[in-house]
Ligand binder design. Structure first.
Ligand code: ASP
Length: 330
């Protein structure tokens, strides 16, 4: 009797050991055709790698401490939102009128719950506003000043609008206003949307995206980043995804969800489904962008049809890897 009890205990310990997996994290900092090696100095490239590594390190320690997936995603994206190199939070591009109008979303693949905000203008870290919607609201998507108010009720920090007016963005905006550039050229002025997907030791997936949208946008334009299924999606049974690129195409093609559906129903791998979405579907429409993700088996995937995509990934106990261009020219 005693012996069989011991065996049961041993079997339980072994099975929980086997089911505990390495956690993993993947991030992006935007995709663009302006991301050419010759456009950046070594110092600038090093700054991109350092920013991505800082974010991965924060995610790594939060996952190691057993923090819930959506909270980890929020912590990681706050690091990138605070870094002016990226088009999110402090570095968010500006509307034609010269204001920040930011979008963010987050999804919990374990519960299927999601939270998103669109067109917010005072919350320092928009991803925390999206997380507040996920955790404390009956709704999924809040917009404008109402979303700013809701976030503040749940601890969001509202900053002076000048906080978002960084010189590099003001300079580009002035140039665009002067030459009335076409939409195509606007899209390349500053990409740098940020995204994160994590998978914890129990296999729970969470994903989030945060952006300032497109430089010089007008009329309250909203892209794919706060749209669940377009710019962000997470489901433990399939994939977690965060997208970046020309948002209108990501919305029309429901990119993030369509990728999950291919994994689930066509039994494609995450990478196979990602390649199809970017290189067949979007390239076929002459649309540009990229995405990152983790599938239910814990495999990383990413794809982009731009010259570069800032990205990085790390698995528990392994070294972090960060890239700007292709795998050869980091
Ligand atoms: N997808 C974002 C948008 O359309 C922009 C980007 O990822 O660069 O708002």
């Amino acid at each position: 009797m005693k012996g069989s009890h011991l065996l049961t205990c041993l079997a339980l310990i072994l099975s929980s050991w086997a089911s505990a997996q390495q956690y993993s994290i993947i991030i992006h900092g935007g995709a663009g055709n302006g991301l050419k090696p010759e456009n950046y100095t070594e110092v600038q490239k090093a700054a991109f790698h350092a920013g991505l590594n800082r974010a991965l390190a924060v995610g790594d320690s939060a996952l190691n401490a057993g923090t819930a997936g959506p909270e980890v995603v929020s912590l990681v994206l706050q690091v990138l939102e605070n870094d002016t190199l990226f088009n999110a939070g402090r570095g968010a591009v500006l509307t034609y009128e010269g204001k920040a109008s930011m979008d963010a979303s987050i999804m919990d693949g374990a519960s299927g719950e999601a939270g998103a905000v669109a067109g917010i203008s005072c919350i320092k870290n928009p991803i925390t506003a999206a997380l507040a919607v996920l955790r404390y609201s009956d709704h999924v998507l809040l917009s404008g000043s109402g979303a700013d108010d809701f976030a503040q009720l749940h601890g969001g920090i509202c900053v002076d609008p000048n906080y978002f007016l960084i010189n590099s963005n003001l300079k580009v905006l002035r140039k665009i206003r002067g030459d009335q550039g076409a939409l195509d050229s606007l899209i390349d002025h500053k990409m740098g949307t940020v995204g994160c997907v994590v998978r914890d030791r129990e296999g729970n997936i969470a994903a989030g995206t945060s952006t300032g949208g497109l430089m010089a946008k007008k009329y309250g334009r909203i892209g794919d980043s706060p749209i669940i299924g377009a710019g962000t999606y997470a489901d433990n049974a399939s994939v977690g995804v965060s997208c970046t690129g020309h948002g209108e195409y990501f919305i029309r093609n429901v990119i993030a969800y369509q990728l999950a559906a291919r994994y689930l129903y066509l039994k494609e791998g995450g990478q196979e489904a990602a390649d199809y979405m970017i290189h067949d579907l979007l390239s076929g429409q002459k649309a540009f962008g990229g995405l990152i993700g983790i599938d239910a088996k814990g495999e990383f995937f990413y794809a982009f049809n731009t010259v570069g995509m800032l990205r990085g990934f790390k698995r528990e106990g392994e070294a972090a890897q960060t890239y700007i261009f292709d795998l050869q020219e980091r």
